[in-house]
Design a protein around this ligand. Structure first.
Ligand code: ANZ
Length: 781
């Protein structure tokens, strides 16, 4: 018999009570408890919580509640990543003020988050559009500027025509914008950069001590792309020196031609010496229009143009060799030029075959050949020897580029820079921070930053700094805002610093960071860099922010596809909550599969109905409270407690729930004592916080169930439970006996002797006993 419960009334009642009493506020650090900082990724307030948010927050809440019930002081904050394009696009489309639009979204999302019933530390929230937040984003930027970590660079940028702004390399996926999906165009323009490359080695080395899934670490290593090699110099016939980066200096004798990236500065510089300039110029123009992925595609036909009139000298043997430009050599990697060794490099081989160039093998079975005095030398050894011989320099090269953070859009943190009458950049002094975002702007995207149209900003700049001074009109990438939010959470009221060292001593580092896999080489790398840059300035206590990272998967539509409006397979959490209750939705999401494995799980209407039925039966469980319950009920309960505690520690909420289902079945059949009933409620409390609170309070308890301790396992009960042991006599299965798993041999033999049929077969004369506790006993007679 199932007893229905009124989830709407129950959930509303307890959400109201929890809010009023503030039981989930973390407050000041309590030294008598172990601290745990559990972080979920800062959400963007799009206006509506989707099922992905529920998966990200509500399931993690189970872990947080269990840890608190184990006696830890768990800080579990939430906030809003509230700058960004959607607000601005809404402003353009519907004529809405981006701030109003965003703030009303935040209000709505807060209500939705409340309906989740999560145990968030609402006393530790932060929002990036808050002037008291972005003041500090700007302050850090000015510190970075003073130290040269932030700089105005020039170069080729990724221009997204859909977003009308520059975006960073990390935001380009397969040549397309990560946000809009538009194909990226290359543009030459000055830009604000952060020197993430200065931290490349630290970012690599720091990975070693992090408890992160290996594939995330590996993705970051690949993205940083450290390559150890040598810089070698070649003389050109023009008198210039051409530097190349190579990982194979041992193959120098096989370098039969040189290749420059088409954009290499020595090409344009030697225009007059190049007799086929018009061909060269045309090729350069074409190459610039292509994107790097295309250019480095291994299967692509290798093209290029010889620089007629220029040669290079191989420093090892003095041979004169031809010089080419080819688009398979990239401007932005190494030195932007290579020595080509067709015998040992696949790309060079294809090119050499196309152009009929010399191919000389110089390494065979790891020993050098055709390399004069180095013949016979081991190739590894020769790397160093040849580098030394020609005066080269061992060096490292990285794939990582500096982070471009300037955006030509409106709704972001203004870059706190002003220019003097000569155009020199100066940081806005601290007393003028926050350097507020002006409101007198036209958002229509024209490619020119909207802030350029603000009279107020212009006036403000001249009034403070002098006539003729001008403001920077770009805003920051929102990935900057989210690079330090976890530091603000822990000291969110501080008016003097972004986060005091004392607060950091108390709460940092983040012990556990849950998030999505899309952030591996964006947010997770940016914020690690930001933390390291702050660390270099002595502003933070830790070099690494996140000790442990867990990536979760996606919730798919009922049809097994990614949820999307166009497919009509979107599940609205608000509807589900109204229909079945927050506890049910949360437990269903936790039940789909192991949380720490980034698998994708389809929504299953039958599955969620099953969870609802389970909770209805829990609601009715008090009718099964009986005196004189069977001993095995207590044993099963303690088995269940052990399983739930162990599984939650490994984020296997699904199997924890299964074990509670098994217990419920048993308790309904056999009945359970009042004490066991209470233990079961507490065990379930992290999973179904509203329902368990209701049942707990129904029993007359004053204090919330969520301030109780998680049930402890009584190990003595577990050890006593018996198992079935196979009994062989002379190697033949003759029966079984029930014994404890670690019973002694004599005890087992006593047991066997008490079974008439076995006793008769043995008949007293035992020769030998082979006993494997918990498995088998073989008696030789
Ligand atoms: C000679 C050579 C011989 C090379 C050989 C490889 C094999 P990673 O490991 O990715 O760092 N290279 C250097 N700069 C380049 C650029 N800007 N664009 C395209 N290719 C470039 O690769 C380093 C190797 O990639 C370098 O070593 C160079 O080719 C090439 F048997 O030099 B090698």
């Amino acid at each position: 018999m199932h007893t229905k419960f009124d989830h709407k009334a129950i959930e509303k009642r307890w959400q109201g009570e929890w809010k009023k009493s503030g039981i989930y506020n973390v407050g000041d650090r309590d030294d008598s408890k172990e601290k745990e900082y559990v972080l979920v990724e800062l959400p963007y307030p799009s206006g509506n919580l989707h099922i992905g948010h529920w998966f990200a927050f509500a399931v993690v809440d189970i872990y947080v509640r269990a840890e608190r019930m184990k006696g830890k002081q768990v800080i579990f904050p939430i906030g809003f990543d509230s700058f960004g394009l959607p607000a601005e696009n809404a402003a353009i489309k519907h004529g809405k003020d981006p701030r109003e639009w965003t703030e009303s979204n935040i209000e709505h999302m807060k209500e939705q988050l409340e309906s989740m019933g999560n145990a968030f530390s609402w006393d530790k929230t932060a929002s990036s559009i808050d002037p008291q937040y972005y003041k500090w984003t700007q302050w850090m930027f000015t510190k970075f500027f003073e130290k040269g970590i932030a700089y105005r660079g020039t170069g080729t940028v990724n221009w997204c025509p859909g977003c009308n702004t520059v975006i960073a390399n990390e935001q380009v996926h397969d040549g397309k914008c990560e946000r809009s999906g538009d194909t990226i165009e290359k543009k030459e323009m000055p830009q604000w950069m952060l020197k993430i490359t200065d931290f490349a080695d630290e970012l690599l080395d720091g990975l070693e001590n992090l408890d992160w899934p290996e594939h995330i670490k590996e993705a970051q290593r690949q993205w940083i792309g450290k390559s150890s090699g040598t810089k070698l110099s070649f003389n050109l016939s023009t008198g210039d020196i051409l530097e190349v980066f190579t990982t194979r200096p041992d193959t120098l004798y096989g370098a039969t031609y040189m290749v420059l990236a088409p954009e290499h500065e020595l090409v344009e510089k030697n225009k007059d010496a190049i007799s086929n300039w018009s061909d060269v110029e045309a090729y350069v123009r074409e190459a610039k229009a292509k994107d790097d992925i295309d250019r480095t595609n291994a299967t692509k036909e290798k093209t290029g143009v010889k620089l007629e009139g220029i040669t290079a000298t191989n420093p090892a043997n003095g041979e004169e060799i031809p010089v080419f430009i080819a688009d398979y050599v990239l401007k932005g990697y190494g030195t932007g030029a290579i020595m080509a060794v067709p015998a040992h490099d696949e790309r060079d081989m294809q090119f050499a075959e196309n152009f009929g160039l010399k191919i000389i093998e110089v390494v065979k079975e790891d020993k050098l050949i055709n390399s004069n005095e180095f013949d016979g030398m081991d190739s590894e050894e020769a790397k160093e020897a040849i580098t030394k011989h020609v005066g080269g320099e061992m060096t490292n090269t990285y794939r990582l580029r500096d982070w471009s953070i300037g955006r030509q859009r409106y709704w972001g943190t203004p870059i706190p820079i002003v220019y003097d009458t000569e155009g020199n950049a100066h940081p806005v002094p601290e007393e003028h921070l926050p350097w507020t975002l002006p409101t007198d702007v036209d958002f229509t995207p024209t490619g020119e930053p909207p802030l350029a149209k603000s009279d107020e900003l212009k006036k403000r700049t001249e009034e403070i700094f002098g006539v003729g001074w001008t403001p920077e009109v770009e805003t920051m990438d929102t990935f900057v805002d989210s690079s330090w939010y976890f530091l603000r959470y822990i000291d969110n009221q501080n008016e003097h610093v972004f986060s005091s060292l004392e607060a950091q001593e108390e709460w940092m580092p983040i012990d556990l960071y849950f998030g999505g896999s899309e952030h591996t080489t964006m947010h997770l790398l940016y914020s690690r860099f930001w933390q390291r840059a702050l660390h270099a300035l002595g502003l933070v206590t830790q070099g690494e922010p996140y000790m442990k990272r867990i990536n979760r998967g996606l919730v798919l539509g009922p049809d097994g596809n990614k949820m999307s409006k166009s497919k009509g397979n979107v599940i609205d959490p608000d509807e589900q909550v109204a229909l079945l209750g927050a506890d049910t939705v949360k437990m269903f999401l936790a039940f789909m599969g192991p949380y720490a494995e980034p698998n994708n799980y389809p929504w299953d209407n039958g599955g969620i109905a099953g969870i609802r039925r389970f909770l209805e039966r829990v609601y009715g469980l008090r009718e099964h409270i009986a005196e004189g319950q069977a001993k095995d009920t207590t044993e099963l309960l303690h088995k269940t407690i052990k399983k739930v505690r162990d599984d939650v520690e490994e984020y296997k909420f699904n199997t924890a729930i299964s074990s509670m289902m098994i217990f419920l079945n048993h308790a309904e059949k056999s009945g359970l004592s009042q004490d066991n009933y209470l233990l079961f409620l507490k065990l379930l409390a992290p999973f179904a916080p509203h329902l368990t609170e209701e049942l707990w309070k129904d029993l007359g308890n004053e204090k919330s169930i969520h301030l109780e301790s998680l049930p402890e396992v009584d190990l003595s009960l577990l050890e006593e439970s018996e198992i079935t042991l196979s009994v062989q006599i002379n190697g033949k299965m003759r029966g079984t006996v029930s014994v404890t798993p670690d019973a002694h041999e004599e005890a087992v033999l006593d047991c066997i002797n008490s079974v008439e049929s076995l006793k008769n077969r043995i008949n007293g004369d035992i020769k030998r006993v082979i006993y494997v506790p918990g498995k088998i006993i073989n008696i030789i007679v």
